[in-house]
Design a protein around this ligand. Sequence first.
Ligand code: ADP
Length: 463
Amino acid sequence: MSIRAKLAWTFILLLIFGVTAIGSYSILFIRNYLLDEGRKQIVNDAEWLAITIENLRTGENFETNLNEAARTSGYRLAIYDEDGSLFAEVPYHEQLQASSEIDPSIKEQLDTQVQKTFFDDPGEDELITYARVQSPHNPARYLKVSIVKDQIYQPIKTIRWIIYTGMFIAIGLVLLVSMLFARYISQPITQLETAAKNIARGKTNQTLNLDRKDEFGTLAKSLNQMAEKLQSDNLALKRLYQKQTQFFADITHEIRNPLHTVAGSLEMLQMDNLDEKQKKKYLVTAERQTKRIDRLFKDLVTLQRYDSDNQFIQKKQFDIKETIQLVVDQHEQEAADKGLKLKSQKKSYTVTADPDKIEQVLDNLVTNAIKFTNVGTVEISAKKVDDRVEVSVKDTGIGISEEHLDRLYDRFYRTDKARSRDKGGTGLGLAVVKSILNSHGSEIFVESEPGKGSRFWFHLPAK
Ligand code: ADP
């Protein structure tokens, strides 16, 4: 059975039960009330009926007047004489005939008691009251006033009819209202169920529009958020997968190229008619390409370690001036060979970082600066900015145009692939720089103008 039907049936059954209970209780209550009132009434009425009968004179009109009194009062009247014998009874009814003699105990009680009337409840279908009559005009001495209880209960029939009609109308109305209400309640459940099924099937691009301020609205909102989260997670996974596929394709490509060159050089070296100069040239080429593969693997291993091991960084306090000097020493010759000026500032700043890793960052940046500068200067400097030290590597080289700046730190991204490989680049230098700085909670920044030069910089916490 659907939730909707269950709800509707619950309402209907509850209503039938409720209305029946209230109706039965009301009828019972009214019945008792009518009987109580009937009892009081019959005693009062018996008194004035006795007075009326006392005033009747024996004769032709006696029977007529008696009938009239019975008719207007609605009671059955039986009149007994001095001896307790029945001498008049109105209206006549075969089944309800009064006994021809009044009960002696009742007669005695009426004779002896002070009150004029006596209510007798034999617990039968009738209410009976006896009254004493004392008249000089007729022989009536005892009056029996009776009424069948059904007659007292008469108004209940009308009330019962009203209750039953009301009950049917109410049930009809509730049936209608409960169906509408059950629909109102169950509609969002059905919508939520469909949405949940869709999410389970992987359809996460649908939004559930439930404009409700109750728990269903909250649930719909949560489902939408869940779908959104799943969708973005899926997208991220897809991107990760694409990135990884691209990464492996790049690695294969990066290794295949130098391997081909090495294989070519070895092939040439096998030729007999090579002079010493040519042999040397092929040997140098093979060696350069082997070194490039070696550097590539080293960079890959470094990157992989930064990706997986947060403890890789071991911070301590050191003077950045010394690290800068180390890098300058390593690259002085190389710069001089190209006719470039390698400058560095001589001011001391104590920073908190991993000195070996920062040296690698500077080494990569300076290597690039020298690699991509043909004339001019490469300058490494440091300055204090607030509570941080800004370290920058500036060159007067070929520069980088705007469109490349965003992707510069992607693995294997180069603005000019051929030129980079030519210069022994792996395409991983800046990716390594970014990884190291990110592990320090820092960022790498760049500004560049094609033809004029570039400046790379980052911040380290000062002591
Ligand atoms: P590569 O091994 O090719 O140098 P990097 O990740 O270090 O790899 O650099 C990526 C690319 O960024 C380089 O190929 C080059 O195109 C560009 N680049 C990096 N530094 C500079 C610079 N100082 N001047 C001009 N271009 C640069």
